[in-house]
Design a protein around this ligand. Structure first.
Ligand code: MG
Length: 368
């Protein structure tokens, strides 16, 4: 397979409910989709970078520039492209995992569509449906939080994840646990604490949480291991796990008992699968995180979450959790489950009319 053309498409898709980023900014869901045209057909990739750096160093305009100037030219020189060859073709460019994952996803989609194989079958999925959890942001008050969680309980989500930060941790978690009884509950700190908060974080042991996700800064694996020795609540790593290699290190240090896998954070779906494999070999459960993707990105995530080691509910939501209209047919949830797409490639096609209506810019590349 050869890359012949590419299209970088930007969309401004309104979010149904405001979502506050780690920089405190309210998020418009500015989206970058990459459509590749190859010698064997077309494919779509979605970039999960947010408009500004915060979750990690990457941000959307930067990722678009890297994809256009460096990544697409690096794969365009190959005339025997396969999904497995993409990462090695891009390895000469350090970092930029979200940009790299976008290019891999688009080429994998094209390659699999041409062969009539689904993402799930290619990655090794064994499950027809994925259990869905919901991620709940910092609320203005505990009353607002309880009202929001009540809505998600009614919608049938299987697990509830509360974002926490210093000043918004023990009391909101206590309130949700007391109000909603034995729901499956976990918290995510997005690296907001230090080891000096260990005593405070140990208070969360009272609430029977499935996990405490990424309590400490990304690079602090030894501190996570030290914290893990002081808590009963299992520690899950998200931002710290950037590759299968880093997963091996974290597990060997005792820094985590659970791993959140996001293909964008680790450079693509094949590296994500390797992390799943490493964790499975060590008996570490994994689950699929989310970055407010459109239906295209969610389709790929559903395929990943169908792998056997993904034994905890995913941050994969029905389209209506984020958007009134999605760029694919709306993904729906029934009884807290979403079906894994079975068609070739991503198994979902963009809706051209909706895509056009929300597009703000298209750059077509024919020479690399
Ligand atoms: Mg997280």
């Amino acid at each position: 397979m050869r890359l012949e053309r590419a299209e970088l498409r930007r969309l401004d898709l309104p979010l149904r409910t405001p979502f506050r980023t780690s920089l405190g900014l309210e998020l418009r869901r500015d989206i970058l989709l990459v459509r590749v045209v190859t010698s064997e057909g077309e494919g779509w990739g979605e970039c999960v970078a947010l408009p500004e750096p915060g979750y990690s160093e990457e941000y959307l305009d930067g990722a678009a520039e890297v994809i256009r100037r460096f990544l697409l030219p690096a794969v365009a020189v190959l005339d025997d492209l396969t999904p497995a060859r993409v990462a090695s073709a891009l390895a000469c460019i350090p970092g930029n995992p979200m940009a790299k994952a976008t290019v891999e996803m688009a080429l994998m989609d094209a390659w699999l569509r041409a062969r009539g194989v689904s993402f799930a079958d290619y990655l090794g999925g064994v499950r027809g449906e994925v259990e869905c959890g919901v991620s709940v942001g910092i609320a203005d008050s505990i009353g607002d939080l309880l009202a929001e969680v009540a809505g998600y309980v009614d919608e049938g989500y299987r697990r509830f994840k509360l974002k926490v930060e210093p000043g918004w941790d023990v009391e909101p978690v206590r309130a949700v646990r007391e109000r909603f009884g034995d729901v499956v509950l976990q918290v995510d700190a997005n690296a907001a604490y230090t080891l000096g908060h260990a005593r405070l974080l140990a208070e969360l042991d009272n609430f029977d949480l499935v996990m405490l996700e990424q309590p400490l800064p990304t690079a602090d694996l030894r501190d996570h291991a030290a914290l893990a020795r002081r808590l009963r609540t299992p520690i899950c790593l998200d931002e710290s796990i950037t590759s299968a290699r880093s997963a091996v290190d974290a597990i060997a240090l005792g820094a985590c008992a659970i791993v959140n896998i996001k293909a964008g954070r680790v450079g693509g779906y094949l590296e994500a699968r390797r992390i799943h494999d490493v964790c499975a070999a060590h008996g570490i459960p994994v689950w699929c995180g989310g970055m407010l993707e459109t239906g295209l990105g969610q389709a790929a995530n559903l395929a990943l979450a169908a792998l056997p080691g993904f034994t905890l509910p995913a941050d994969i939501a029905p389209s209506r959790r984020y958007f009134s209209e999605d760029v694919t047919p709306m993904i729906t949830m029934g009884d807290g489950l979403i079906a894994v797409p079975r068609g070739p490639g991503l198994g979902l096609d963009p809706e051209p009319e909706i895509m056009e209506r929300f597009t703000t810019d298209v750059a077509t590349l024919t020479e690399f």
